[in-house]
Design a protein around this ligand. Structure first.
Ligand SMILES: [Cu+2]
Length: 297
């Protein structure tokens, strides 16, 4: 409603500027809540940085993927905005604009760029897999982790000792995993983690290690890796495995090799010698009938 007493209507430029300032302020406030560490790991768990010999590869693939996707997004959004502004309909325009198709440079660009991107993703993924899931470094320590409803047994095979885990009890307190079983891992040693299940499908997951592996009855899965950073981590079963799945928690302590030897010697002193083997499996119904006897394991 224009009236002589009202100020002159602001031009569009002013509104655009205000919108820009508001947007910049909002994103500054939002981004200020994030730390440098969070950015470095692409908002994966912060303690994953340098945690194992695999995490840097996962983080690189994850961040690289996002950077490539955002670069494509920025170019696409930029081109769209540019077209909207430059080729907008003006008052003097009449009829349809000039129709353009089979523009060779654009067609070639839109074919070549995706090929380059997909090849880039492909080789980066293969490279990451070679250093993580396909890592076959023989373990200096063989450690068997056995999932069972609803806890974990840890067999330190190289040291010939074991630890029998008891289910955690969630009582609503702040530190639910405090009394959960703890898996000790020696830092800077190659580890062959052997994952088995005694009953149903469980899943071994330490979020900070950026790795998760299903534990299927009748099969042994391996993770060959090297913990690099001493510290405490939390882990849990990541496969819905029954009534108390949520209490199937464990802790991981990455300690120096000396401390690891001391811990396993302590288990021996307590009489926890040997391995809690398949004789404690609840059933062998799940044995893969296609697997030949004696083969595999
Ligand atoms: Cu489970």
């Amino acid at each position: 409603m224009d009236s002589p007493n009202q100020p002159v209507r602001r031009g569009r430029g002013t509104w655009a500027k205000r919108l820009g300032v508001a947007g910049a302020l909002a994103s500054t406030v939002l981004l200020a809540g994030c730390t440098k560490e969070q950015w470095e790991v692409g908002f994966l768990p912060v303690d994953s940085k340098g945690a194992t010999s695999h995490t840097e590869h996962y983080i690189a693939l994850w961040n690289g993927g996002w950077i490539a996707a955002l670069a494509v997004g920025a170019v696409t959004w930029g081109l769209m905005l540019w077209c909207l502004v430059v080729y907008r309909r003006r008052k003097s325009d009449r009829g349809l604009p000039v129709q353009l198709q089979y523009n060779m440079p654009i067609e070639i660009l839109y074919t070549a760029l995706p090929i380059v991107l997909i090849m880039g993703f492909f080789f980066q993924t293969v490279h990451s897999l070679e250093h993580t899931i396909d890592d076959k470094t023989p373990g200096q320590e063989q450690i068997e982790v056995v999932g069972k409803q609803w806890s974990w047994d840890f067999n330190y095979m190289t040291e010939n000792v074991h630890y029998a885990g008891v289910q955690a009890n969630l009582d609503g307190t702040e530190a639910p995993g405090r009394n959960a079983p703890t898996l000790y891992l020696p830092a800077n040693r190659d580890i062959d983690l052997q994952l088995r299940s005694r009953d149903v499908i469980h899943s071994f997951w330490v979020p900070a290690f950026l790795e998760k592996r299903d534990m299927t009855p009748g099969r042994t899965e391996h993770i060959h890796f090297k913990p690099l950073k001493e510290g405490e981590y939390v882990g849990k079963c990541a496969e819905l495995c029954g009534e108390f799945h949520s209490e199937m928690l464990f802790n991981v302590k990455v300690v120096s090799y000396d401390e690891y030897k001391k811990y396993t010697a302590g288990l021996k002193a307590e009489g926890n010698e040997g391995r809690l083997g398949p004789e404690y499996d609840r059933t062998d119904w799940y044995q893969n009938p296609h697997e030949q006897k004696g083969a595999g394991e």
